[in-house]
Design a protein around this ligand. Structure first.
Ligand code: FAD
Length: 381
């Protein structure tokens, strides 16, 4: 006797912020989804990083998810402070967190926990790596996991990030290198162990820019400093550095900041633990696809962009919320729901991808950091 193939009416691939908001909004409307994630469990990886949550996207999504109050309770006070410096460590712009709460900051891990805790037990199937999916006709798909098992689904949502396994069902686009490489580092227990660095960074966001590179940093809720050193560099530069060699990789990075102020170089010399390389990729600004029955994308899978407008997580969440609402508003007509969702998704993604590309230009411009100071001044005006 053969075992019948398992069937999920709604499958979400990826338990990132976008996939989780979708599952939560569907749950609020009485629609249960199976969420698959390749991670071994919710604590398999530290989430790290602060996110500022924007009113019209991330905050709107949290309202739709019924989690706005829970979010406000987890906001990091003071996190909206801002400092902009040049490569000589001269402060060009300094803003205190005035507490107006327009772009409240939250720890990514806290936000993810809020969403995970809002879903019925077992919604997220950890340790489920999707390796591919094929159409079966009539909008149904067969999904294959890394352990060789398969199941069928009536609606397949690719919420599986930059290197989505679902995207090829809809589009041939692949993320391309943006020309910017990051090396990430942390300074732990900064007030006690790295007091000069802690004072330099301040209470919130920090930029030190020049020569088409810079330090983008943030004070985290656990008292550590998270620093992205960012450079315009050849795509293969990071692969020429051995990041398993802590001293060697530090020296290679310091060489790139040779003419920078000692106070800024100290962020590299005092870094705790290994340095982490990261290439920044993006999908084409106007990435979109023709409607294919029974499948769609959200978040980075749909519109991967560089982090220079701080919108990626915000967009993933509003995508998830709007897709959930569209499905709830079109019971029994998945195609109408997907068409309505994508009609709003495509122009929003394009608009933000353009803004992000402008953000990248601003940060790595010949005249940076003045370009960034001008940008913040124009917001204030
Ligand atoms: C350095 C950096 C800084 C950033 N800073 C900000 C910021 O300040 N503000 C902001 O809004 N955005 C920021 N972003 C962007 C933001 O992180 C992403 O846009 C956001 O996480 C996208 O969410 P998502 O749910 O679409 O995908 P992801 O968060 O990537 O989640 C995808 C999920 O899918 C799972 N998955 C992947 N492949 C498979 C598979 N084959 N099978 C099963 N599961 C799979 C993964 O394990 C993961 O849990 C930053 C990005 C970077 C790189």
């Amino acid at each position: 006797m053969t075992t019948p193939t398992q069937h999920h009416p709604v499958t979400v691939v990826g338990a990132g912020l976008g996939g989780l908001v979708l599952a939560r909004v569907l749950h609020r409307h009485g629609i249960e989804a199976a969420v698959l994630d390749l991670e071994a469990g919710r604590d398999a990886r530290t989430q790290g990083g602060m996110l500022d949550i924007h009113e019209e996207t991330g905050q709107a999504a949290l309202r739709a998810a019924g989690l706005y109050d829970g979010f406000r309770a987890r906001v990091h006070p003071g996190g909206e402070a801002l400092r902009v410096l040049d490569k000589q460590a001269r402060v060009l712009l300094e803003q205190k967190d005035d507490g107006d709460g327009g772009r409240p900051e939250i720890d990514r891990g806290d936000l993810r926990d809020l969403l995970l805790d809002s879903l019925p037990e077992g919604t997220v199937r950890w340790g489920s790596k999707v390796t591919g999916a094929e159409p079966l006709g009539g909008g149904r798909h067969r999904v294959t996991l890394a352990d060789g098992s398969t199941f069928t689904t009536g609606l397949l949502v690719g919420a599986d990030g930059a290197w989505s396994r679902i995207r090829p069902l809809l589009s041939e686009a692949r993320p391309a290198y943006t020309g910017i490489s990051f090396v990430e580092l942390d300074l732990l227990d900064a007030d006690a162990r790295h007091p000069e660095c802690a004072e330099l960074i301040g209470g919130g966001m920090f930029f030190a820019l020049g020569d088409h590179k810079g330090f983008l940093a943030h004070r985290e809720t656990d008292g550590s400093l998270h620093v992205y050193t960012a450079l315009r560099a050849e795509e293969d530069w990071l692969s020429t550095v051995d990041f398993t060699d802590a001293e060697g990789s530090r020296a290679a990075l310091l060489e790139r900041f040779a003419s920078w102020a000692p106070a800024l170089r100290r962020l590299i010399t005092e870094a705790d633990g290994p340095l982490t390389p990261r290439l920044i990729h993006a999908l084409p600004v106007s990435h979109r696809w023709r409607r294919v029955p029974g499948v769609t994308l959200l978040g980075d899978a749909a519109h991967l962009m560089s982090p220079f407008a701080g919108e990626g997580a915000n967009l993933a969440m509003i995508d998830g919320a709007e897709l959930g609402q569209a499905l709830a508003a079109h019971p029994g007509d998945t195609e109408a729901a997907l068409a309505a969702y994508e009609a709003a998704l495509f122009p929003r993604s394009e608009r933000t991808a353009l803004e992000t590309a402008r953000g990248q230009e601003t940060l790595f411009h010949d005249r940076a950091p003045q370009t960034l100071v001008d940008m913040f001044s124009s917001f204030a005006a």
